[in-house]
Design a protein around this ligand. Sequence first.
Ligand SMILES: [Zn+2]
Length: 71
Amino acid sequence: MTGRFWRFYEKANDVVRTFTGPADIGAGHPEGPDIRPADPACPMCGRPMSEHRIERTADSRTSTRFYCPER
Ligand SMILES: [Zn+2]
């Protein structure tokens, strides 16, 4: 799995992390207050993050899914 799709996937994961915070295992270093914009725009579609749907599963092996709103 290489190329454009993978880049998209990585980007989507960055977005998810921005929105949901780091994984439960922590970042491996002291973390300061996590200050974020109240409603950042999605770098992929430009819509507010609050319009997006994020699915997190209890199964830590299943990646978080992130959905842009339909236009
Ligand atoms: Zn989006």
